[in-house]
Structure formats: structure tokens, C-alpha cells
Design a protein around this ligand. Structure first.
Ligand SMILES: Cc1ncc(COP(=O)(O)O)c(C=O)c1O
Length: 397
């Protein structure tokens, strides 16, 4: 009889669990134990899902929309998603180019699985969203990072991209507005990056999940609109979590040229089948009941914009911290390198001593920074800032 079970797979042994979810879970556990923690760790809007979306889902559930449906999503939703690209960006999308998945995260994974084979390189600008490198590794691919610091506005240049490309490069991942920095690339900046991707024949996965959370009158750019060559190689990922405050619904989208969308649909058919059927009817309401959705989104944006400015001003008032004003999403990424501590240690001590939860920059491939989410109340922001200021003072003392 063998004395031990066999080892777990190389995939299980090599995966790093999500550090953002881990910090959030630790902060929530402390709060559940009665500790007064100011948490800036959340990766989700702190608003409820708009009522009309919940009503549409509840009606679908009541009327028996509880069975399997087409893997890529119900026809009404694929059509509504296709039309939303036409309305927002003037991009013509056929419903067959749309795959509805169980979350933007899964859309990203499917996009990588559909384009990368073992040994292929995936070029990932850092600071990056924590899941991209892990997903690349799960596909047997090799993540390759190009770093943009705050001095570069957290945006990589075409020259950096060009220099990173090798014979094995297959995919570049772009994410604007960005998690964790909130940076938004201009159309011209994206055109310059896309020119490299075209010249070097790369696929582009454009994660546009924060497309509607954008400030100062800026407009998001959909990468598939940068011309026919761009459209042929771009996989646009988005979803309902952030814009509509629907994180728990698990609904993502993917829009790609028909052959890629077909491959993605086939992968999904073996990995998850369809996204939750009745949830998809809620998503249809989010896209179709435009006025109600717009009103809810405007309310959310007004609050986020106010908090963004509040947090930004408060951070820059703390000696030793400098922070860019992000233009999108709901994160700020302040520079804490003057304290001379690794960001993980800074965050651990900040939580233990200062009762403030933040995610270390190292989790996003950028040492010397913190990620702070302002998807929390003004009161928590003010209290958290004052605690952070005291903590920083104690480090300098
Ligand atoms: C950049 C980015 N992409 C994708 C996702 C996935 O979102 P979801 O799976 O909730 O749709 C997130 C969520 O945090 C994100 O920040």
C-alpha cells in the first residue's frame, strides 16, 4: 500500500492565490472579529446592483429561466452586447462574435487559452492585474513583463513593447483604465502600441472592464476600433461587475473576430457551460433599460470622482507619499518608496498597527507602491487617511 497520495499537479503547485482577495479576506476577518479596520482593499463597487437589473433577474427566475442555455450566452444578451459596442464605439459586432462568460476573469482566461500554446510568451505591462501572469502560466505560456513607473504615468511605451517581442511572443495584454493604477491610455498612445502589435504579429487582449468608470470628461477607447488590422487581432474583454456593481453575478463578456469567438465558445463549452441563465436576463436589462442604468451609473461616478479627489489630496498631504491622480477605475497607486520598506511589509504593519488595509504594489509587479481602492465611504477614506498619516509618521520617527 502506498503511504502517501501522489503529489498535486504542477498547475496546483505553481499557482499563486490572488493577493488582492487575500488582503480583502484578512481585513474582513479582522472586522468580523470586532476590529475597527479601514479597508482600501476592495476590488468592487460598494453600491448595490441597480433595482431594475435585480427585478429583471428575479422575473426570469420566477418564470423558469433556470435551465442550460447556449454556451456563449442567451441570444438577447449577445445581441444587446453587440449593439452596445455599436452605440458606444461605432464598432460593428455580430452576435456570433460575443461570448458571455461566468465573469470577466474567466473571459481573460479563455482569451489566453484560445491564443497561447505552451512556451508562447505573453507580454504583460506592469503594474498588472494580479491574475494575468497566473492565467498565462496555467496555459503553459511564459509571462514577460514590461514596467511602467509613476514617472511614465504607469503607461508602457511602444519602444518597450518592441524591445520585449521575441519569436515566441504571441499575445500582449492591455488594460485601460487600469487595475491597479487607474491609468487611462489615450487613443494615440494605444494606436502606437497597436502599430507594434500589428508589425510583430501579436494578438492583443484588451481588458476594458473599467471602460465606463472614467473621469475628467475622458472617453475610453475600444482597441478593436483602431482599424481593420487591429480588429482582426484584438480580443476585447469586459463585463458587468464593475460598471453595474454586479460582482457577485459572475457575468463577463468577450468580443472577438468570429474564428476566435468560436474557439473561445468551444473552450467554454468544456470548462463551464453557460453563465448563469437567469443572471443573463438581469444583464439584458442593464444594457436595454438605458436611462435607468445611466442614472445609476452617474450616481456611482459622482461618488467615485469625489472620493478619488479626496483620497488623492489626502495622500499627497502625507510626508513621504506621492500619488498620481488616476483617470479611471476606482484605485490610486501611491508611491511609498521613500519609507524604504518592501510594500508587503509596509502593508502588513499598516494593517496590524494602523488598522488600515491596502494591497502591496509587489502583488501587481511594482515594488514601492500601494494599491488603495476608493470604493468605500468618504468617512472611511478620511479616517483611513488620518491613520495612514500617523503610521507614516511613526516610520519616519
Ligand atoms: C482588470 C480586471 N479585469 C477583470 C476583472 C474580472 O472581473 P469579474 O470576473 O468580476 O468580471 C477584474 C476584477 O477585479 C479586474 O480588475
Amino acid at each position: 500500500m502506498p503511504s502517501a497520495t501522489p503529489p498535486l499537479s504542477v498547475w496546483a503547485r505553481n499557482i499563486s492565490p490572488s493577493p488582492t482577495l487575500a488582503v480583502d479576506a484578512k481585513a474582513k476577518a479582522l472586522m468580523a472579529a470586532g476590529e475597527d479596520v479601514c479597508s482600501f482593499a476592495a476590488g468592487e463597487p460598494d453600491f448595490d446592483t441597480p433595482q431594475h437589473i435585480k427585478d429583471a433577474c428575479a422575473a426570469a427566475l420566477q418564470s423558469g429561466k433556470t435551465k442550460y442555455v447556449a454556451t456563449g450566452g442567451i441570444e438577447e444578451l449577445r445581441k444587446a452586447v453587440a449593439e452596445s459596442y455599436q452605440t458606444a464605439y461605432g464598432l460593428r459586432v455580430a452576435p456570433g462574435q460575443v461570448v458571455v462568460s461566468p465573469g470577466g476573469k474567466f473571459s481573460c482566461y479563455l482569451a489566453i487559452m484560445a491564443t497561447c500554446s505552451p512556451g508562447d510568451e505573453v507580454i504583460i505591462p506592469a503594474p498588472y492585474w494580479v491574475s494575468y501572469p497566473e492565467m498565462a502560466k496555467l496555459a503553459g505560456a511564459v509571462p514577460k513583463f514590461i514596467l511602467a513607473t509613476d514617472r511614465a504615468g504607469f503607461k508602457v511605451t511602444p519602444e518597450q513593447l518592441e524591445a520585449a517581442v521575441t519569436e515566441r511572443s504571441r499575445l500582449v495584454i492591455l488594460n485601460s483604465p487600469s487595475n491597479p493604477t487607474g491609468a487611462v491610455y489615450s487613443r494615440a498612445e494605444l494606436e502606437a502600441l497597436m502599430a507594434v502589435a500589428i508589425r510583430r504579429n501579436l494578438y492583443v487582449m484588451s481588458d476594458e472592464i473599467y471602460e465606463n468608470l472614467i473621469y475628467d470628461g475622458l472617453q475610453p477607447t475600444c482597441l478593436a476600433t483602431l482599424g481593420p488590422e487591429a480588429e482582426r487581432r484584438t480580443i476585447v474583454v469586459s463585463g458587468f461587475s464593475k460598471t453595474y456593481s454586479m460582482t457577485g453575478w459572475r457575468l463577463g463578456t468577450l468580443v472577438a473576430p468570429a474564428p476566435i469567438a468560436k474557439a473561445v465558445g468551444e473552450l467554454q463549452s468544456q470548462m463551464s457551460s453557460n453563465a448563469t441563465t437567469f443572471a443573463q436576463y438581469g444583464a439584458v436589462a442593464a444594457l436595454r433599460e438605458r436611462e435607468k442604468t445611466r442614472a445609476a451609473l452617474d450616481q456611482m461616478l459622482t461618488a467615485f470622482d469625489r472620493r478619488r479627489k479626496l483620497l488623492h489630496a489626502g495622500l499627497n498631504a502625507i510626508p513621504g507619499i506621492s500619488c498620481l491622480l488616476s483617470e479611471g477605475a476606482f484605485y490610486l497607486f501611491p508611491n511609498i518608496s521613500s519609507f524604504g520598506l518592501p510594500s508587503l511589509e509596509f502593508c502588513d504593519r499598516l494593517l496590524d498597527q494602523g488598522k488600515v488595509a491596502a494591497v502591496p504594489g509587489s502583488a501587481f509587479g511594482a515594488e514601492g507602491y500601494l494599491r488603495l481602492s476608493y470604493a468605500t465611504s468618504d468617512a472611511v477614506i478620511e479616517k483611513g487617511l488620518s491613520r495612514l498619516a500617523n503610521f507614516c509618521k511613526s516610520l519616519k520617527a
